[in-house]
Design a protein around this ligand. Structure first.
Ligand code: PLP
Length: 386
């Protein structure tokens, strides 16, 4: 029997991170030393208070059963209090918040809950691949808005004609932005909310890196008055608290959007292991100065080192002031994929910009998730930009 994948799966482009991982493993199995600046996965440890809370609560038998689909009341309350403290945004923890097994899962399931076959979604280019892939899986068609260097990788909404706004079902937005590290001011969200109301589309905002602004704390779309009528926002504990492996995040926003997400998730998964939620509560209620700031300082230092080092080698580096990514222009006349393959052979793993969309061609992304000595080693291996 010839086993056939579903047509939906066949339509998906290969997942870029999985492809790089395969090549990387192959080289590692041959004994090659690689400085891995490929994936945005913090190398720093999860702070001790979360580990302690996990350990304590894991000993309590009542945490061993199926969790509730939407998250513990205490977890949802902690999310709502955090929204208030961080953004001065009030949300009802019963109807406007839910737990996620990481924000990737939430973003994908949200898309499945709201995008129909034939629907269009509007997605940043370049972008984290999940928005487009989830759209394709739902039978929809992704359309793109370009984020350009001359605009510091911020959207220019006035470039998008009215007929596009009229046909689109969901607009995705992600700031601080992966892969470019760009940030936006509240006004960019306000202009989008105004259009969402005028044309009748949903805003799906991905705030996975919202705690990683170096100068100003990045805003939330929900700070725009009335945004809750049209928007849902996804947050993650992965990056800011070094908890990528724990799989915990949350969605906040319009009650109908949360209800749709709840409906699909309760059909497909069974919530977040309760001790992980208790650890999440510890994170959200903790002091940023103790739980987030120390890692940010490490990234800040690494960032300076790498920006200077790459500039000395002749590269143009975009520093948007947030996240642990650098967005670097690759040598003229080379494709990103070709240049990144060369770097891999030289023992440095980076992600080709083209994997994030057409506008990413000509760039590569560096994740600052290795210690300083390894960054220095990478700088020795990366050739001069010529
Ligand atoms: N959103 C963006 C922009 C990301 O870069 C990532 C992970 O790299 C995620 C969401 C998903 O993070 P998690 O599922 O760990 O919350």
């Amino acid at each position: 029997m010839k086993i056939q994948k579903s047509l939906r799966l066949q339509k998906l482009p290969p997942y870029i991170f999985a492809q790089i991982d395969e090549k990387k493993r192959d080289l590692l199995s041959k004994g090659k030393d690689l400085v891995d600046l490929g994936i945005g996965d913090p190398d720093l440890p999860t702070p001790t208070p979360m580990i302690q809370r996990l350990a304590e609560t894991a000993r309590d038998q009542k945490n061993h059963r199926y969790p509730s689909y939407g998250g513990l009341k205490e977890f949802r309350d902690a999310c709502a209090e955090w929204m208030q403290r961080r953004f001065s945004v009030s949300v009802d923890s019963k109807t406007e918040v839910m737990s996620l097994i990481g924000s990737k899962e939430g973003l994908a399931h949200f898309t499945e809950a709201f995008v129909n076959p034939g629907d269009f979604t509007l997605i940043p280019d370049p972008a984290y691949p999940v928005y487009a892939n989830a759209t394709i899986l739902a039978g929809g068609t992704p359309a793109y808005y370009a984020l350009k260097k001359e605009n510091k990788f911020k959207p220019n909404w006035s470039e998008i004609p009215d007929h596009v706004w009229k046909t689109v079902k969901v607009v995705y937005i992600n700031y601080p932005h992966n892969p470019t590290s760009a940030t936006v001011e509240l006004d960019i969200y306000a202009q989008l909310v105004e259009r969402a109301k005028r044309f009748g589309f949903i805003i799906c905002s991905d705030g996975a890196y919202c705690e990683q602004g170096y100068e100003v704390p990045p805003p939330s779309v929900l700070q725009v008055p009335g945004a809750k009528d049209v928007a849902i926002e996804f947050f993650s504990l992965s990056k800011s608290y070094n908890m990528t492996g724990w799989r915990i995040g949350f969605a906040v926003g319009n009650a109908d959007l949360i209800a749709g997400l709840y409906q699909i998730k309760s059909t497909l998964d069974s919530g977040v292991f309760q001790p992980v939620q208790w650890a999440g509560i510890t994170a959200l209620q903790g002091k940023d100065s103790e739980l987030i700031q120390p890692s940010k300082e490490v990234y800040f230092y690494r960032r300076e080192l790498m920006v200077k080092g790459l500039q000395n080698l002749g590269y143009e580096v975009f520093d948007g002031g947030a996240s642990f990514y650098l967005w670097v222009t690759n040598p003229a006349g080379r494709t990103s994929a070709d240049f990144c393959s060369q770097l891999l052979e030289l023992g440095v793993v980076v992600t080709p910009g083209s994997g994030f969309g057409k506008q990413g061609e000509g760039y590569f992304r560096i994740a600052l998730t290795v210690p300083e000595e390894r960054l220095k080693e990478a700088l020795k291996r990366i050739p001069k930009c010529s």
